[in-house]
Structure formats: C-alpha cells, structure tokens
Design a protein around this ligand. Sequence first.
Ligand SMILES: Nc1nc2c(ncn2[C@@H]2O[C@H](COP(=O)(O)OP(=O)(O)OP(=O)(O)O)[C@@H](O)[C@H]2O)c(=O)[nH]1
Ligand SMILES: [Mg+2]
Length: 254
Amino acid sequence: MKSTLIIVPTYNECDNISLLMDGILAEAPQCSVLFIDDNSTDGTRDEIQRFMRAHPDRVFMEKRPGKLGLGTAYIHGFKWALRRNFDHIIQMDADLSHDPKYLPVMMSQLESKPLVIGSRYVSGGGTRNWSAIRKLISRFGSIYARLILGLPVNDFTGGFNGWQAATLRSLPLDDVKSNGYVFQIEMKARAIRAGAAFVEVPIIFVDRQVGQSKMSSGIVYEAMWRVLTLRQTLAAKKPAALSDRHAGRPASPQ
Ligand SMILES: Nc1nc2c(ncn2[C@@H]2O[C@H](COP(=O)(O)OP(=O)(O)OP(=O)(O)O)[C@@H](O)[C@H]2O)c(=O)[nH]1
Ligand SMILES: [Mg+2]
C-alpha cells in the first residue's frame, strides 16, 4: 500500500487541531500527518503534541521560529516528505475549511494521477459561509490565473491538493518564491507545465468558524503581480504536453 503524508501548516489554530485530527484519524487512519507550526502563541503546539504522544509513529511537527509564510511552510513540508520517501503527499489547511471526508477520494485519485486538485469550481464543488467579497476574490483569482497562465485549471487558488512524490521531485522546489495565496497557483502551474496530468475533485469549502484569517489585501496584490512574473518564468521553459487531463470534470468515483 502507498504511504501518504498529510501536511498541515499552522499559525494559531489551537481550537481547530482536535476536530481536524479526529476527522483525519476517522477518514484516513492509515495516513501520517506533519504539522508545520510557525511559533503559534495560542497553544497550537500543545494540542499537536497531545496527538503526537497518542500517535508517535504517525503524527509529526516541524517547528519554525516565527511566521515565515504559507509557501515556505509547504516547501519545508514537501522536502521533509520526500526525504522520508512518502509516496503521496496531501496538503490541507488546519481551519476545517478542508473537510477530511474528501481524503479517501483524493487518495484513490492519487493512485493514478500525479496531481489531484480539491476544486470548488467544478460540478459538485462550492463554498459555504463565505462573504460575497471573498467569493469574488477567489473566483476572480482562479480565472485570472487561468487566463494569464493559459492553463485549464478551474480552481487555481485552492489549498487542498494531493501530489505524487514523483511530481514534487520533478519540480525545482527551491525556485518557488511565492508565499501567500499565489503559492497554490505557482505549484499547480509549474507541475502542469512540466507535464503532470491532473484531476479536479469537487470539494465544498467551508469558511473557518474559529481562529483568525491570515488573508490580507497584500496577499491579493502579491498574487496578481506574481502571476504575471510567473507567466514570464514559465514561458521561458518548454511546455510539456498536457496529456490525460480532466480539468472541469469531477473525478469519477473508483
Ligand atoms: N506555518 C504557517 N502556517 C500558516 C501561515 N499562514 C497561514 N497558515 C496556515 O495556513 C492555513 C491557511 O491559512 P488561513 O488563514 O486559513 O488562510 P485562508 O484559508 O487563505 O483564509 P481564511 O480561511 O479566510 O482564513 C491555516 O492552516 C493557517 O493556520 C504561516 O505563515 N505559517
Ligand atoms: Mg482558511
């Protein structure tokens, strides 16, 4: 059986850890979990350590000294996973916006697809409890990236994604410079341009109930600017064939 690591970046998510871990243990008991915590001050680390003590062989934490950003947290986690030879890597938020109930379908799709995208913008996907402005920013972000980068992904900005290890190994992780939302766009664009086949699995994204959003206007501006520079970067590389892609269609159940 393939080994799967779920990577969860955390910054002050104390009240979400327990529910998240209960969900993961129920839906994907065979998976390992790696938290990347950026020196949370609200007791997040204590909560994580509680689960590490209960599941020492499968719950791990990397501690970083301060809030260094989502992008570098994931790159740190990806490298950690590759060093330990996990076959599949799934990234998800700690704030329960990404429901662990989707883990089984993502894992089963990863058996055959190099990149599995949890998608709000394919049939069966959607968002719950988001303000009109958040919906607009998210929808616009994905359409903007799709048009500028010329790649047929419906949900470019989502952060609930699965990777075959070989897909991550094929990417120059040290060259990934985006740190906020746009990190999700850059990773997908680099992988697809490198030839990774992908599938978009429908997910319902639920707005966080507790904890503080780390979203800011700076993150949105970074995304708009960075997508433009990313187009230049990727244009300099030879595009690979976009074979076996299933953009826009929900994954068929297996
Ligand atoms: N390690 C680390 N984790 C972070 C950082 N910024 C955000 N996170 C985590 O990344 C995940 C996504 O962050 P959120 O604040 O939920 O951002 P979002 O989902 O884009 O926006 P909201 O859901 O509106 O809050 C959560 O698990 C956060 O705790 C960071 O600088 N370092
Ligand atoms: Mg969130």
